[in-house]
Design a binder for this molecule. Structure first.
Ligand code: FAD
Ligand code: NAP
Length: 329
């Protein structure tokens, strides 16, 4: 029989937004359950140096997220390695199904599912994914020691990935579709100064090609967007770093979204269109998408959930069952 977990507040996601919501909800004595998802710690576990988290001049992304997890746990958040697969927004309390089969029943929900890497959508990109095509330099960079590789994109992620990859590769070619980067100036400076980096402006990836047996990349075709000229570049690896899209699969058919799928929240609030459901972090933020802004929204969501639950109790809604007691469904 499936296990059922009852909680006042269910937090879905374990990035900066989720863990911060855990800290605040715990300190409000709400005994929250936090479900971590497929990527415990979120996007920052895929990077190295973080230099803009207040109080830390420099910290490794995975270390920062281990600290946040420990903090949420120490305050009383129950952290569970599971994935929420669906949420029934019509029921009160909300009922969430999960990958493990456990059913989570919650009076309020904080959605903090963040964002996931975007892909170009080329058939050849798909073919070589995991065999020379990657979206995570910290995960896969080590495999390209002494090789020439390409990075696609012009934002902070692309520049950071390119710089990180110079630790392994003999040459890194950053390929950007415009003649100007979107990345922060400090990162651009580091990129321009790095002798292992070439930049190919005004180009886009047309095709990845390579061997079939074993599967492996041998080169790419890139097109000059101004002249239409196509040329070959011999590389062994391609890192796609063209941004992130909100991880909205659980809610996109129920909650209002905008700007390419970001969950809409009320002005100056994390309230969604469903009372008792809050959205925080990159899931809702098309503008800033930073660890610190995500953490700030996690705080807001927990405070708003606490007030909403108190209002429900004042209005005579039944108090939720004791939180965190495993039950059989
Ligand atoms: P995320 O960190 O995206 O975490 C989302 C969480 O939701 C994950 O734990 C995932 O497992 C979970 N989840 C998703 N679906 C489900 C589900 N169905 N059930 C349960 N859980 C689920 N920002 C900075 O401020 N400084 C930096 O230096 C910096 N460097 C970056 C480097 C890289 C390579 C990248 C990709 C991003 C970087 N960012 C940086 C941006 C920063 O990582 C994000 O803004 C921040 O992580 C967003 O936090 P979040 O909590 O909204 O979600
Ligand atoms: P981003 O800022 O959205 O940049 C995406 C880049 O990819 C842009 O240069 C864009 O080109 C390019 N691009 C998008 N679609 C493309 C396509 N189909 N073909 C070719 N190029 C394409 O994404 P990001 O760099 O992943 O950053 C996401 C968020 O995380 C940002 O808010 C960023 O600040 C944050 N972040 C912060 C840090 C840090 O603080 N150190 C590090 C990493 C990420 P155009 O420029 O032409 O649009």
């Amino acid at each position: 029989m499936a296990e059922q977990r009852r909680t006042k507040v269910l937090i879905v996601g374990s990035g900066p937004a989720g863990y911060t919501a855990g800290v605040y909800a715990s300190r409000a004595m709400l005994e929250p359950i936090l479900v971590q998802g497929i990527e415990p710690g979120g996007q920052l576990t895929t990077t190295t140096d973080v230099e803009n988290w207040p109080g830390e001049t420099e910290i490794q992304g995975p270390d920062l997220m281990v600290n946040m997890e420990a903090h949420a746990k120490a305050m009383g958040t129950e952290i569970i390695g599971d994935i929420i697969t669906s949420i029934d927004f019509d029921k009160r309390p909300f009922v969430c199904q999960s990958d493990s089969g456990t059913e989570y029943v919650a009076d309020a929900i904080i959605l903090a599912t963040g964002a996931r890497a975007k892909w170009l959508g080329l058939p050849s990109e798909e073919k070589f994914k995991g065999f020379g095509v990657s979206a995570c330099a910290t995960c896969d960079g080590f495999f390209y020691r002494g090789q020439d590789i390409a990075v696609i994109g012009g934002g902070n992620t692309a520049v950071e990935e390119a710089l990180f990859l110079t630790n392994f590769a003999s040459k890194v070619t950053l390929i950007h579709r415009r003649d100007e980067l979107r990345a922060e100036k400090i990162l651009q400076d580091r990129l321009f100064k790095n002798p292992k980096v070439d930049i190919l402006w005004d180009h886009q990836l047309e095709e990845v090609y390579g061997a079939d047996n074993p599967l492996g990349v041998e080169g790419i075709k890139v097109k000059n967007v101004k002249t239409g000229d196509v040329r070959d570049l011999a590389v062994k690896g391609v890192f796609v770093a063209i941004g992130h899209a909100p991880a909205n699969e659980l809610v996109k058919d129920v909650l209002e979204t905008h700007m390419g799928g970001y969950v809409v929240t009320k002005p100056d609030s994390t309230e969604t269109s469903v009372p008792g459901v809050y959205a925080a972090g990159d899931l809702t933020d098309h503008k800033y998408r930073q660890a610190v802004t995500s953490a700030g929204m996690g705080c807001m969501a927990a405070l708003e959930a606490e007030r909403w639950l108190a209002e429900q109790a004042d209005a005579g809604e039944p108090e939720p069952a004791v939180a965190n007691e495993p039950e059989s469904a």
